[in-house]
Design a protein around this ligand. Structure first.
Ligand code: 4H7
Length: 269
């Protein structure tokens, strides 16, 4: 395994879940699978149910106070966490849930520098609060929507974090060059053929002039950001040249906007 100044650069993640089988495809395919094969990412699973002390291996029960659904038992969660901690003593313990701090590029970048991560996936109506109080460092949310369980959120977090482990992306790609890292959305991409069903690839990409290509891509990044996420422009680092391009794009946009008189809703009265 590769090391830098004695520290291994393999991120170790242990996922506590009632449904370990949900993860198999996602973590074996593509870049995550390759990262694991290369020893850059080590993902292990702890099956919470196997820690249940009930004779039928129950892992949930009815909520005190009544209400719909089931609550995950504290005992199997606490014991699963203790086992995971033994394997990863210095790991940060994260609960994936809608009340948490929002997952962003910065959060992903900083989690990639942790010694290890233990991800607790809640299912049903969540986990008995006493287990959370006793064994969780932080709750993280992947966005303002509700999921049926924390498993998909744990997959999203692992994917976003693993891109910041040195070596996971090829030497050509850098996590810093992509959307949100420079504060802008990405420019459009094209591949062969040059013409498809009457649709051509932008000429500038075909003639090998790298300065022109770079300028075109920057302009298209600015155009995409202006169109889809204008809010990002407020905090993106922009050069005077970028600002000039944005003015041109805004003027273009205004020109292409149908005038009010052309609108079928427009009435003179
Ligand atoms: C922890 C606590 C994550 C996990 C509660 C998980 C959204 C996210 C869950 C819940 C998640 C996210 C319990 C909340 C059942 C919804 C009806 C599982 N949802 N649930 N409630 N945004 N759901 O990261």
């Amino acid at each position: 395994m590769r090391t830098v100044s004695g520290r291994s650069l393999c991120l170790k993640i242990n996922i506590l879940t009632l449904f370990p089988e949900m993860f198999s495809g996602v973590f074996s395919a593509s870049i995550l699978g390759r990262a694991r094969e290369q020893g850059l990412l080590d993902v292990a699973f702890t099956d919470i149910r196997s820690f249940s002390e009930h004779k039928h291996k129950n892992a949930d029960d009815y909520p005190f106070g009544g209400g719909a659904g089931m609550v995950m038992l504290a005992q199997p969660v606490l014991d699963a966490m203790a086992a995971a901690r033994e394997a990863l003593p210095g790991a940060r313990r994260i609960y994936l849930g809608p009340r948490g701090r929002r997952l962003t590029t910065e959060v992903a970048r900083s989690l990639a520098r942790e010694e290890g991560l233990i991800l607790l996936c809640g299912h049903y109506e969540g986990v008995d609060q006493r287990a959370l109080d006793a064994c969780i460092d932080e709750e993280i949310s992947i966005g303002d929507y509700i999921l049926t369980g924390g498993e998909l959120a744990a997959m999203v977090l692992t994917d976003a974090v693993c891109r910041f482990i040195p070596g996971v992306l090829g030497s050509e790609e850098s996590p810093e060059e992509e959307s949100f890292s420079d504060g802008l959305l990405e420019y459009p991409q094209y591949t062969r053929p040059r013409e498809l069903r009457g649709m051509a690839v932008p000429e500038v990409l075909l003639n090998g002039n790298h300065a022109l290509i770079q300028a075109w891509r920057r302009r298209e990044s600015l155009r995409a950001t202006l169109r889809f996420r204008p809010d990002l422009l407020a905090s993106a680092p922009l050069s005077p040249k970028d600002r000039k391009i944005l003015e041109e794009l805004r003027a273009e946009e205004a020109e292409n906007m149908p005038s009010e008189e052309d609108s079928p809703c427009f009435s003179e009265s």
